[in-house]
Design a protein around this ligand. Structure first.
Ligand SMILES: Cc1cc2nc3c(=O)[nH]c(=O)nc-3n(C[C@H](O)[C@H](O)[C@H](O)COP(=O)(O)OP(=O)(O)OC[C@H]3O[C@@H](n4cnc5c(N)ncnc54)[C@H](O)[C@@H]3O)c2cc1C
Length: 236
């Protein structure tokens, strides 16, 4: 469902070069060469990024971008995703693309119940059938789509920089976040962590690094959540 389409080449070295530049009297070529020196250079970059993350000098993380593609996402989840403003989005249009075959997401809480899932599927089949009928009658797709439910599947491509990704993982990786966007956040983390471990180590909700930030709404499972995010517990 989540694919990493592209990312800044050598994301850690790019970030480290930008960070070192702020404090170095050397020219850019020398700074770059220092980090592009095989394993030794990469180690230096990672050490510097660790310091940056501890000090909170996070603007340099914005130099590395990651582009994701997500399919089979509900419109309900995509609406939550696009609330994140420090990102670029391209989403399949319901004006230009007709939702001809009924494709929609069924939450587990409904799928696991025979009666509820039968009623859910029947209601959605009726909605999509009425949508098709409206199109046949000449209603433009941009108007017929008013019938479509939050469950309707969409696909979206988006780009976030590493700083925004850390923020996104903090909010959407928490058990308080809705399950579908949380699953997207976890999949994204699994894809980016091996590429830039110094940037994404310790990513995730507040409890990964310290205390839960949710107060009385806490899920009460901080150590479980911490282990998942720290040890790559999402089954790498
Ligand atoms: C568990 C959960 C429940 C939620 N429930 C609701 C809800 O009931 N209703 C609702 O409307 N939303 C809800 N949201 C969405 C939430 O309010 C945010 O809109 C969304 O998470 C995006 O967060 P953000 O603004 O921090 O991130 P981004 O838009 O990605 O921005 C990143 C950071 O950039 C800075 N920034 C961005 N734009 C501005 C700006 N204009 N001015 C100043 N600083 C800026 C801020 O520091 C911000 O944190 C919920 C989110 C979560 C995780």
């Amino acid at each position: 469902m989540v694919k990493l389409i592209n990312y800044t080449s050598k994301p850690e070295i790019t970030i480290a070069t930008a960070a070192r530049l702020c404090y170095s009297s050397y020219g850019i070529a020398k700074i770059e060469a220092d980090f592009n020196d095989g394993e030794k250079g990469l180690e230096k970059a990672r050490k510097l990024i660790k310091r940056i993350r501890t000090s909170g000098h996070e603007s340099v993380l914005e130099h590395s971008n990651f582009t994701f593609g997500v399919e089979k996402l509900s419109r309900s989840a995509s609406h939550q995703l696009v609330r994140h403003r420090i990102a670029s989005y391209s989403q399949r249009s319901q004006r230009y693309v007709k939702e001809e075959s009924p494709k929609y997401v069924v939450p587990d809480s409904i799928a696991g119940d025979e009666e509820l899932s039968a009623r859910y599927n029947k209601m959605l089949a009726d909605i999509f059938s009425l949508y098709g009928y409206f199109l046949e009658k000449g209603v433009p797709a941009e108007d017929a789509r008013y019938l479509l439910p939050n469950a309707t599947e969409t696909q979206i491509i988006f780009t976030m920089n590493a700083r925004e990704l850390l923020h996104f993982f903090r909010l959407r990786g928490c058990n308080r976040a809705q399950w579908e966007i949380r699953a997207v956040a976890q999949e994204m983390f699994k894809l980016v962590y091996p590429i830039a471990p110094s940037v994404f180590y310790g990513a995730g909700p507040a409890c990964v690094r310290g205390n839960c930030a949710e107060g009385e709404f806490s899920c009460g499972k901080p150590s479980e959540v911490r282990m998942s995010w720290l040890k790559g517990g999402f089954d790498f």
